[in-house]
Design a protein. Structure first.
Length: 57
């Protein structure tokens, strides 16, 4: 996803954060729907995993 497609320079910080949150929720919903359509189980990723290196996991 390209950030410039959901936020712009003229938005306030709150608007930018809300747009990012909405985009993340939409992506999670799409992943959940895709998993259900494929007959798979959806496991939501842990955001803390993004702050650790692979060796620390």
């Amino acid at each position: 996803m390209n950030a410039s497609s959901i936020i712009s320079d003229d938005m306030s910080l709150e608007d930018k954060l809300a747009a990012i949150d909405n985009a993340m929720q939409a992506a999670i919903a799409q992943a959940r729907d895709d998993a259900q359509a494929a007959g798979s189980t959806f496991i939501q990723p842990d955001p803390a995993d993004l702050t650790m290196c692979e060796g620390c996991q």
